[in-house]
Design a protein around this ligand. Structure first.
Ligand SMILES: Nc1ncnc2c1ncn2[C@@H]1O[C@H](COP(=O)(O)OP(=O)(O)OP(=O)(O)O)[C@@H](O)[C@H]1O
Ligand SMILES: [Mg+2]
Length: 454
């Protein structure tokens, strides 16, 4: 006589001891001791580990605590019946994969259909035909085994796909990064070559203008002295000369000519200065940091962008307010830092233009574009803030602006590299930070902080 798990511990002791070998476990849930006895004997003889429960609830508990490989489930039971037991086991993700075979009366096809529709894999009929029962159980245990193997293979495959995807995205990131660096050095070296070429071409003619201005100044000085001497020695040169002196306003010419020459000299010096700072601006940085005047870099950037700041038919000039602090020379990679200034300033101009674009009349007086550059220093770091009163950046866009190739500008206008390159230059090359403070309609401020000791 077989007792249920609740009534005696014999079977449980037997079955738990079996968990150490590889016997397949079958749980029989049936309230009929006779059925249990027959099935227990048949299954055990066939080499299975058998557990039994006599009602649905105990069966469910047993399945949860000690999942079997297969369940034989009677339909008619006191308490919850076999259908309800099946429904609950199927509803629980941790038990739904265990195959359930219903035990039904031979003639009851309604029960068979209902059981199968609730998720059972098969049914066996009473009275039992031992061979058939074993054949069905064997088949479903095999199917379950195959399913488990399939699941495992699927998981392994998914894991491999995950790993490969991670490898590929890592490779893609690396590729993007090196592409970025390539573009960056391409950009710098192209700009460098261009500016060096132009500076060289301009320097030659400016050089001989400035050299000749020196001689011209001396010759003119001599000629002026000579004219003055004539005036002194020949105070009455005759009508024709006197008329001429009057017509050309000789006095004014004599006074103005040296001034004209001085301003020409000043002009050529300015051109030479600009060429020098352009060369400094675009010369490739060496391995070592250099102590430089940050303001000079900012000024040169503004000078290069001058054509974009001045008034256009569709908008007034953009105002640039400079609040420069008293900065000593700062150790940095000047060319790269200038590249950051250029990126931030041209973004600021774009943002201002974007904010004015939609206003159709010239009543933009209340919407004058404004860029404010502010530099400060304390013991630890130098801070450069670049503010613009342009369109501003929404929070969702702000999360992406430092990503390579992210742009909101039309194709051909923006490559989406400016800020990611700038961020890389500030953080990786200078150990600093680049922050963006902005909201739509309130303009944007980029804050560069560079530590003094690095
Ligand atoms: N001052 C700013 N105001 C408003 N939006 C800005 C500002 N600066 C950057 N952005 C936003 O961040 C995006 C990314 O800027 P980033 O400089 O990296 O690329 P880009 O300007 O689009 O292209 P480029 O590579 O030519 O610089 C811009 O497309 C723009 O949407
Ligand atoms: Mg940009």
């Amino acid at each position: 006589m077989i007792n249920s798990h609740n009534q005696t511990n014999d079977l449980v002791t037997e079955s738990t001891s079996n968990t150490f070998n590889n016997l397949e476990t079958i749980l029989v849930i049936d309230d009929s001791p006779t059925n249990l006895e027959v099935l227990h004997a048949t299954l055990e003889n066939a080499g299975y580990e058998v557990r039994v429960e006599m009602d649905g609830n105990s069966g469910i508990e047993q399945v949860k605590n000690n999942p079997p490989d297969l369940i034989l489930l009677d339909v008619m039971m006191p308490g919850i019946d076999g259908f309800e037991t099946c429904r609950r086991l199927q509803a629980n993700p941790s038990t739904q994969e265990i195959p359930i075979i219903f035990i039904t009366a031979l003639s009851d096809s309604v029960e068979k259909v209902k059981g199968l529709s609730l998720g059972a894999v098969d049914y066996i009929t009473k009275p039992f035909n031992q061979k058939e029962v074993l054949a069905r159980i064997k088949l479903h245990l095999k199917l379950r085994q195959l399913n488990l193997e399939l699941d495992e293979q699927k998981q392994q495959l998914e894991q491999r796909v995950k790993e490969r995807t991670a490898e590929l995205s890592h490779a893609l990131e690396e590729l993007k990064k090196s592409q970025l660096q390539l573009v960056q050095s391409e950009k710098i070296s192209f700009l460098g070559q261009l500016v060096t070429g132009v500076a060289h071409e301009v320097n030659n003619p400016v050089g001989f203008i400035s050299t000749n201005l020196y001689y011209a100044y001396n010759y003119i000085q001599d000629l002026i002295n000579l004219v003055k001497l004539y005036q002194k020695e020949f105070p009455t040169p005759g009508y024709e000369i006197e008329d001429n002196i009057k017509a050309m306003d000789l006095q004014h010419v004599l006074e103005d000519l040296p001034k004209v020459l001085s301003s020409m000299k000043l002009g050529t010096e300015r051109i030479q200065g600009i060429m020098q700072s352009l060369r400094n601006f675009s010369r490739l940085d060496g391995e070592e940091k250099k102590a430089v005047d940050i303001h000079e870099g900012l000024e040169t950037s503004l000078m290069i962008l001058q054509h974009r700041l001045k008034a256009l038919p569709k908008r007034p000039a953009i105002n640039v307010i400079k609040e420069y602090g008293n900065l000593p020379k700062i150790k940095c990679y000047p060319v790269q830092l200038n590249q950051v200034f250029m990126n931030l300033l041209s973004n600021a101009i774009d943002a201002i233009e974007e904010s004015i674009k939609d206003i159709d009349t010239f009543s933009t007086a209340y919407r004058i574009g404004l860029i404010r550059i502010c530099t400060t220093i304390d013991k630890q770091q130098v801070t450069i803030k670049i503010y613009d009163n342009g369109i501003g950046i929404s929070e969702s866009v702000q999360n992406q602006i430092f990503q390579p190739f992210f742009t909101t500008k039309p194709e051909g206008k923006g490559s989406g590299l400016g800020l990611s390159i700038s961020n890389q230059i500030i953080t990786e090359k200078h150990g600093g930070t680049l922050q963006c403070i902005s909201s739509v309609g309130n303009g944007t401020e980029f804050v560069i902080q560079i530590p003094l000791k690095s």
